[in-house]
Ligand binder design. Structure first.
Ligand code: ATP
Ligand code: MG
Length: 261
């Protein structure tokens, strides 16, 4: 089973959109897929998957976290609950687990990076997304919590635990249709980062109404169109969504992960 954790430094960059497109694309290709929503503030991913299922659309299985009305009375979760969940998903025969995360710095979010075979980080055509992700600590642009350091530290932990190397994919999301000076600057900077921080691949998803409308009812560009035939933009959006599957195909054959009890 491969684990893809969709995460990044900033909010609103497209994590949930990409988690949905990737997991739906994999499901439609016949891959037994589960989705886990770690964003307790919005629960957008879980809600999208639930609505897809209700509408009879092919959907990854949604792993819901048990909720308690009175949080204070809820039993304390085992710190490695995520590892146990992964083990169960493997036993159930899942081939792919997609984890959508929020933007905070929770212990669960960090653990989701340690266990990921692939980290997928969307960023928009905005320099502030780059600063938050990649500015060197100590520079004026550097964020208090540097996401690059978080990934490096998770990678170090994986290495210490004898787990296989992790792949880090960046997706330039919401790319504008007309070339802009800013877009070129961001593209060039991301290309530099490929060697600087060891990014394995850079994907590109354009700003499209059809991607934005996922939150409406969970329907993606990959689903059968309602009524009218697909527009050119929708056809292109389909191929973008399918191309995200390439990050799974790149996986090398790996030893099963050794997870803590
Ligand atoms: N490729 C795209 N084309 C058009 N709109 C997009 C695209 N990607 C994301 N959006 C829109 O951008 C907004 C933020 O996207 P999304 O909710 O996926 O981001 P997020 O990183 O999950 O946000 P959060 O940090 O709040 O969880 C949403 O309105 C979404 O519909
Ligand atoms: Mg989200």
């Amino acid at each position: 089973m491969q684990i893809v954790t969709v995460s990044g430094f900033k909010g609103g960059t497209g994590k949930t959109t990409l988690a949905t497109l990737l997991s739906v694309a994999a499901t439609l290709e016949g891959c037994k897929t589960a989705g886990l929503d770690l964003d307790n503030n919005t629960r957008n991913y879980g809600s999208i998957l639930t609505r897809r299922r209700a509408a009879g659309l092919a959907s990854p299985d949604h792993v819901a976290m048990v909720e308690f009305e009175d949080e204070a009375a809820a039993p304390v979760r085992h710190p490695r609950w995520l590892d146990s969940m992964v083990r169960m998903a493997r036993q159930e025969g899942y081939e792919l687990l997609v984890i959508d995360t929020g933007s905070g710095t929770t212990e669960d979010r960090y653990r989701a990076h340690v266990i990921a075979d692939v980290v997928l980080t969307p960023l928009n055509e905005s320099p502030s997304d780059l600063h938050g992700l990649f500015a060197a600590p100590g520079t004026p642009q550097a964020a208090k919590v540097n996401y690059r350091e978080l990934v490096e530290s998770a990678r170090f932990e994986r290495q210490s635990a004898g787990l296989p190397a992790q792949r880090w994919h960046v997706c330039r999301n919401r790319v504008s249709h007309l070339p802009t000076r800013l877009g070129k600057i961001v593209e060039r900077r991301v290309d530099q980062l490929v060697t600087e921080v060891g990014l394995e691949a850079v994907w590109c998803v354009r700003d499209r109404v059809v991607h934005r409308s996922i939150a409406l009812d969970g329907r993606t560009v990959l689903d059968a169109p309602l009524g009218a035939p697909l527009t050119m933009s929708e056809l292109a959006g389909r191929s973008e969504a399918r191309s995200l599957l390439g990050m799974l195909a790149r996986a090398s054959v790996r030893e099963p992960m050794k997870l803590a009890a």
